[in-house]
Design a protein around this ligand. Structure first.
Ligand SMILES: Cc1ncc(COP(=O)(O)O)c(C=O)c1O
Length: 379
């Protein structure tokens, strides 16, 4: 039996060159970047180089990059850091109903701290309405957090328009770009993004790596206390080997971005083509126009998510029900519920996500096996 990993949106394998890059910093070059001796200076250079790479990849200034442990920490830090610094100015914040829990649960925490939170609904494709966003803005709105691309459906939001609407009104804009970074070209100045979260393990860097971009003009309070690392914004000795790895992973993903994009579009089209040829019934969840290429979410309406995932696993195919946090649970996803209410398709959705190591043969195998399973279970 073939094993095919199609869950790259949950986490991705480490690129071999990334692995090579980090090893010296786990062995001989183990210094602390805050030390003044040669060991420390060597480690410090790793941070400087990586900061430059990461900043360039989104058109930002080096000083505006904070290395973190990943997407969750970046989201928490962005939202709590900005909201707590701005609370004298206003207590109204806005997000969407389809954010990752790293964002949604942070907004629940803000509610507990006395903030007024608006959760924007989405249409059946998973997009917010710009008109509705405009209507919800108030005198006391201080921060808006809207994800770049959804981790379950791949739907992209209109970040360009959102950025300019908020910029005109001087409201700070955070975007969770954990799934988009590395596949979509992002320039923070053009898009008027003030804070941006990204995660290393989605782009072939190890788990425990990531960054947060915070524009210099954003009032921001640290959320952890200790040393003066990361310009006093994130205390704690830096993950030097992880940051060396992140540098390499960002470099590779930027160089290969266009090729990867085209490859994944080809994969998703091929999967759907095989299902169409096999005549099985399925519906695609998400936008056919504004999407992340590596995420394909479909409902095989007559087969429940759990049954489908177990059968796929038996056939060697690793897929998911959506976000890693909700995988394995019987609760329909909050993202699909926001899009479809209680519709049957929320109970039969499967997310296939593509990445490093996948070949067209893998995709054809997975699509053919999926069709066989659907036919067997709906006979
Ligand atoms: C959109 C989005 N935000 C945040 C996260 C959390 O990132 P991490 O796993 O690096 O903490 C994820 C992970 O699945 C994600 O997909």
């Amino acid at each position: 039996m073939k094993n095919v990993y199609l869950d790259h949106a949950a986490t991705s394998p480490i690129h071999p060159e990334v692995m090579q890059e980090m090893i010296p910093y786990l062995t001989e070059h183990f210094g602390n970047p805050s030390s003044i001796h040669q060991y420390g200076r060597r480690a410090r250079k790793v941070l400087d180089d990586a900061r430059q790479t990461v900043a360039s990849s989104i058109g930002a200034s080096r000083n505006d990059i904070i290395f973190t442990s990943g997407g969750t920490e970046s989201d928490n830090m962005a939202i709590l850091g900005a909201a707590s610094a701005l609370k004298e100015k206003g207590k109204h914040v806005i997000t969407t109903q389809v954010e990752h829990h790293a964002v949604l649960h942070t907004f629940h925490e803000l509610e507990k701290r006395g903030f007024d939170v608006t959760y924007l609904p989405v249409d059946q494709y998973g997009r917010i309405s710009i008109e509705q966003l405009k209507n919800e803005l108030r005198e006391d709105t201080i921060l808006v957090s809207i994800m770049y691309g959804n981790n379950e459906t791949g739907t992209l939001q209109d970040i360009q328009t959102i950025g300019s609407v908020l910029d005109e009104r001087d409201i700070f804009f955070h975007t969770d770009a954990v799934q988009a970074f590395g596949l979509i070209p992002i320039q923070v100045d053009e898009l008027k993004i003030d804070l941006l979260s990204a995660s290393g393990h989605k782009i072939n860097s190890p788990k425990g790596t990531g960054f947060l971009y915070v524009r210099e003009s954003v009032p921001f309070l640290p959320q952890g206390f200790g040393g003066e690392q990361e310009r006093k914004r994130r205390a704690g000795t830096e993950n030097v080997a992880g940051i060396a790895a992140l540098n390499k992973a960002v470099t590779i993903s930027q160089a290969e971005r266009k090729d990867r994009y085209d490859q994944y579009v080809n994969y998703r089209n091929r999967m759907k083509q095989i299902w169409d040829e096999q005549g099985i019934s399925y519906v695609q969840n998400g936008s056919a126009e504004f999407f992340l290429p590596h995420i394909l979410n479909v409902s095989f309406t007559e087969v429940s998510t759990e049954v489908m995932l177990v059968n796929l696993d038996l056939a060697g195919i690793a897929a998911s029900s959506g976000s890693a946090c909700t995988a394995g649970s019987v609760e329909p996803s909050h993202v699909l519920t926001a899009m479809f209410g209680t519709d049957e398709r929320t109970k039969s959705s499967v997310r296939f996500s593509f990445g490093l190591g996948n070949t067209i043969e893998d995709i054809e195998y997975a699509a053919t096996e999926t069709a066989k399973i659907v036919k067997r279970l709906t006979k």
